[in-house]
Design a protein around this ligand. Structure first.
Ligand SMILES: [Zn+2]
Length: 311
């Protein structure tokens, strides 16, 4: 059993423009951090394309077709107010970013890997049911969760999200699915504006633990210990998916939380522990945000190190 690193060169071809924080260098900085000899046991595999059938479990076919037909030949096309961009390489990257998560679910559910990290972009947790938003095209974590149910008979799937931003898209997609659970720590108020503690889902299957600007390690760990982890244990998932955004790091330019690499090690260990107790250690982690290149590389490497050491 091993830890998979699911990635693809097409993730470098999703061009968001020169000024954009969600850029290909994010992938390169994590690759650089993972090139250290201590990661030699990571098994790197190429992300396949997600199929339309896998995507339309979460998004309407019309939305899939809209993105496919709007892929530009040469230029960059803004989808919302300029946050979310389409370039000639974006369609393949979006399909492989969702495909990475689907492939990771296959390998982990079939016990060919213990856990997996999807080093992929574009990210996914802001992608709504039928709307691209916040750098996200398809909701990779949600597509993976519904794939675990449809293809592997998982009865209950949890997505835990520690990105500094709330995963409005994942929450919306899961809202009235009692067999899906979404928990999030995030800075509030901050983009996208959702994530209050009163947003709980149709069947109390949503768990939001907002943090305030300036909060750091203590508040983050307390939110996990007292809110997220007990709810996750109660839900008793068959698979834990992590929406792993590293923009709550104290160096990140897009948020005002003060986490460090040690906090990412801590939270990864806690989530692996719950997965061990409840579902044989099955964890699939997908990259979301993280915009300080150095902090992102070190934080993601710390996260992957814990996944590697967990079996
Ligand atoms: Zn974020």
């Amino acid at each position: 059993m091993s830890t998979l690193l699911v990635t693809h060169s097409s993730f470098l071809q999703h061009d968001t423009g020169e000024w954009h924080p969600e850029r290909a260098d994010r992938i390169r900085s994590i690759e650089r951090a993972l090139s250290h000899p201590s990661f030699q046991d990571l098994l790197t595999v190429e992300a396949p394309l997600a199929t339309p059938e896998q995507i339309v479990r979460c998004h309407p076919r019309a939305y899939f077709d809209f993105l496919e037909t709007h892929q530009p030949k040469t230029e960059l096309v803004p989808l919302d107010d300029g946050d979310t961009m389409l370039s000639p390489g974006s369609w393949e990257a979006a399909l492989r970013s969702a495909g990475a998560a689907v492939y990771a679910v296959d390998e982990v559910m079939l016990k060919r890997a213990t856990n997996a990290f999807c080093l992929a972009r574009p990210p996914g947790h802001h992608a709504e049911i039928a709307k691209a938003m916040g750098f996200c095209l398809f909701n990779n974590a949600a597509v993976a969760a519904f794939h675990a149910k449809a293809a592997h008979g998982a009865e209950r799937v949890a997505v835990v999200d520690f990105d500094v931003h709330h995963g409005n898209g994942t929450q919306a997609i899961f809202w009235n699915h009692a067999d899906m659970f979404y928990a999030s720590t995030h800075q509030m108020p901050l983009f996208p504006g959702t994530g209050g503690i009163t947003e709980r889902g149709e069947t109390e299957n949503i768990c939001n633990a907002p943090l305030r600007a300036g909060d750091g390690s203590d508040e983050f760990r307390e939110a996990f210990e007292s809110v997220v982890l007990p709810s996750l244990r109660r839900f008793a998932p068959d698979l834990v998916i992590i929406s792993a955004g590293f923009d709550a790091h104290r160096s990140d330019p897009l948020g005002n939380l003060n986490l460090t690499e040690a906090d990412y090690a801590w939270v990864t260990r806690k989530l692996v522990d719950v997965a061990r107790e409840r579902c044989g250690g099955r964890v699939v982690s997908v990259l979301e945000g993280g915009y300080d290149l150095n902090a992102l590389g070190q934080s993601a490497a710390t996260h992957v190190k814990i996944l590697l050491e967990s079996f």
